[in-house]
Design a protein around this ligand. Structure first.
Ligand SMILES: Nc1ncnc2c1ncn2[C@@H]1O[C@H](COP(=O)(O)OP(=O)(O)OP(=O)(O)O)[C@@H](O)[C@H]1O
Length: 594
């Protein structure tokens, strides 16, 4: 047994000082599980756009002006061209001036387009910056249970890919769509004004062309997706075949493998062919449609009579409408693509909305409850008739009770999946029980504020989780209230003082440069847990990933660390070495102890 002389119980002193606080109402279980309010979350995404628009008025005005300029400069040139042509036909002196105006408008159209792109890019960056800031701030406020439920990769994807999708939605989706819609409506209105008959024909042709465009776009996307999948499969088969080449030869499966590879390549080829077909067909169909519309309307105009007057235009007008009809199909097909990007980005917006709408951790608690058992003085932690499940109607713990006295060492045992780690998570306040009560140091487990937790209890799990920074940062976790003295005492307790002193910059050495072994990292984990001198240690399979020599080293450090503290652990080794009480989890009689 390690020498316990001099072990302090500062954590208990702290606990007693807080044991008479007022009652804090418990969050509802649903709230604790972080059930997001989706509409509220989506509104928050929209609010980010509104806030950026409000806080950057000059940029917003520039963006709107650029969109208006793009639409206007796209619509005006054919009108001016019509006057140029009519002017030339009438040998008007205004023709050169109008021609210069036409050129100026074409140049302006390019400039307005560039200005719109620039304004969209800057506005989009401001939105993504704001969104990522809000999401990062939100992550700070989320309960720890959220990070247990959601894998780090999924959270990262929300911050990176989904925010990028929102930027794309804004840039090539919404703004592009507004611009293109205005252009289509403007073109139809002008054509209608120039020639009622042609305008009416456009009104009939445009929806049909739009439906055809959407069909082609969907089919192309589908073919491209199938092509990517098939190419991926074919590519995977190459290294797979090379890896197993001996077995293939030995079993004479060359032809089989060859056929498999050929099938994948054929699928990729067919999908690519389909995509090429739609690509090849689209433009001729659209060009033919516009030619038919123009040809029919001009033929009718040429016939004269009442029908001809409906289609009649001047020579210049004819040039203008031909130009408009040719132009109108480009924004129309762009709208199809924009619908596609909006659909693709919608899932990203929804996921961001879910994150922003997640139920937040309750504000730091200055309260606590008077313990229901009325004896907080002796009870370090308790679960009273706790029922809890991660999924509704699928409880992991049923009516589970446990009472741990101060200074007691309790080891949870039970079959795999019985809920041992779940008990620890409930004690850590990561989850709220569906029913029953979880108390730690006389307070509801979930009601201990983040600032107080480290002084209440220390938690060590199987794996060491590094934070960016130095070796000392691993112990302090960047908390300025953890003193140099506390760090050095914690390192001393786990036997790491000499190792850290021997590093190039001592404790200030970056963890990545310190090259600590697996066991040393686990010792650092324990130092982190005891740095604030908590009265309670919660240990979850701390030596599970270690070899026997390293395990011995960690057990020796633990033997000192647990001295004078209450310990609740899932670790048979610790029980064998330190003794204590065994509590079964997942059995009919959970409090049965040996
Ligand atoms: N985040 C989670 N979401 C859903 N189910 C979970 C989650 N974590 C654990 N579970 C399930 O809850 C049950 C209890 O898990 P827990 O990890 O508490 O068991 P355990 O007794 O510690 O098991 P082991 O000894 O294998 O570590 C298991 O069936 C597990 O699959």
């Amino acid at each position: 047994m390690p020498n316990c002389t001099g072990c302090r119980r500062g954590g208990w002193t702290w606990m007693r000082a807080h044991s008479g606080d007022a009652t804090q109402p418990q969050a509802t279980p649903a709230g604790e599980r972080g059930v997001a309010s989706r509409p509220a979350g989506n509104r928050q995404v929209a609010a980010v756009f509104a806030d950026v628009a409000r806080t950057h008025p000059a940029l917003t005005v520039a963006l709107v002006a650029a969109v208006v300029a793009t639409v206007v400069t796209a619509l005006l040139p054919p009108l001016v061209l019509a006057q140029v042509v009519d002017g030339i036909a009438a040998r008007s002196l205004d023709a050169p001036r109008l021609a210069a105006t036409y050129l100026a408008l074409v140049v302006l159209q390019g400039l307005a387009g560039a200005g719109q792109e620039a304004a969209i890019a800057v506005f989009g960056q401001k939105v993504t910056h704001e969104l990522r800031s809000r999401m990062a701030a939100k992550l700070d406020r989320l309960p720890a249970g959220y990070f247990v439920r959601n894998a780090a990769g999924a959270i990262t994807s929300r911050l990176v890919n989904d925010v990028d999708a929102v930027e794309a939605l804004f840039a090539s989706g919404v703004v592009g769509m507004v611009t293109d819609l205005c252009q289509v409506v403007g073109i139809v209105a002008i054509v209608m004004w120039e020639s009622v008959g042609l305008g009416a024909m456009l009104l009939v042709a445009l929806p049909l062309v739009f439906l055809f465009t959407r069909h082609v776009q969907r089919a192309t996307l589908d073919a491209q997706t199938q092509n990517r999948v098939a190419v991926g499969e074919a590519n995977e088969q190459i290294p797979e075949t090379l890896r197993t080449i001996r077995t293939i030869r030995q079993l004479g499966r060359e032809a089989f493998m060859g056929r498999r590879y050929a099938r994948a390549i054929d699928r990729a080829f067919l999908a690519q062919e389909r995509s090429n077909f739609y690509d090849a067909v689209y433009s001729p169909v659209v060009i033919t449609t516009s030619s038919v519309v123009i040809g029919v309307s001009l033929s009718l105009a040429a016939q004269g009579g009442p029908l001809g007057s409906l289609f009649g235009v001047t020579v210049g007008g004819a040039v203008a409408v031909i130009s408009y009809v040719e132009k109108v199909f480009t924004p129309l097909s762009d709208i199809g693509m924009e619908i596609q990007s909006i659909q693709q980005a919608a899932a990203g917006v929804r996921r961001i909305g879910e994150l922003l709408g997640e139920a937040e951790e309750r504000p730091a608690v200055t309260d606590a409850v008077a313990p229901s058992d009325g004896s907080s003085g002796d009870v370090a932690a308790s679960l009273s008739h706790v029922t809890f499940g991660y999924e509704p109607n699928s409880p992991v713990l049923r009516d589970f009770s446990l009472r741990v006295e101060r200074g007691e060492h309790v080891t949870l045992v039970g079959r795999t999946g019985a809920g041992k780690s779940t008990v620890l998570r409930l004690l850590l306040g990561l989850y709220q029980p569906d029913s029953g009560e979880v108390m730690v140091l006389g307070r509801r487990a979930g009601a201990i504020s983040p600032a107080e937790r480290r002084r209440c209890y220390g938690y060590v799990e199987q794996a060491f989780r590094a934070v960016p920074g130095s070796v000392t940062d691993q112990v302090t976790l960047g908390d300025p209230s953890v003193t140099v003295d506390q760090v050095s005492r914690a390192l001393q307790t786990v036997g790491l003082s000499d190792v850290v002193a021997g590093l190039p910059q001592g404790g200030n050495t970056l963890l990545a440069d310190a090259r600590l072994s697996q066991g040393q990292l686990q010792l650092l984990n324990i130092a982190r847990a005891i740095a604030c001198d908590p009265g309670l240690l919660i240990l979850d399979e701390v030596t599970a990933n270690l070899d026997s020599a390293t395990e011995r080293q960690v057990m020796e450090a633990l033997a000192v660390a647990v001295c004078g503290r209450t310990v609740i652990s899932v670790s048979h080794r610790l029980f064998e070495r330190e003794g204590g009480r065994l509590v079964r989890v997942g059995e009919d009689d959970p409090e049965a102890s040996e």
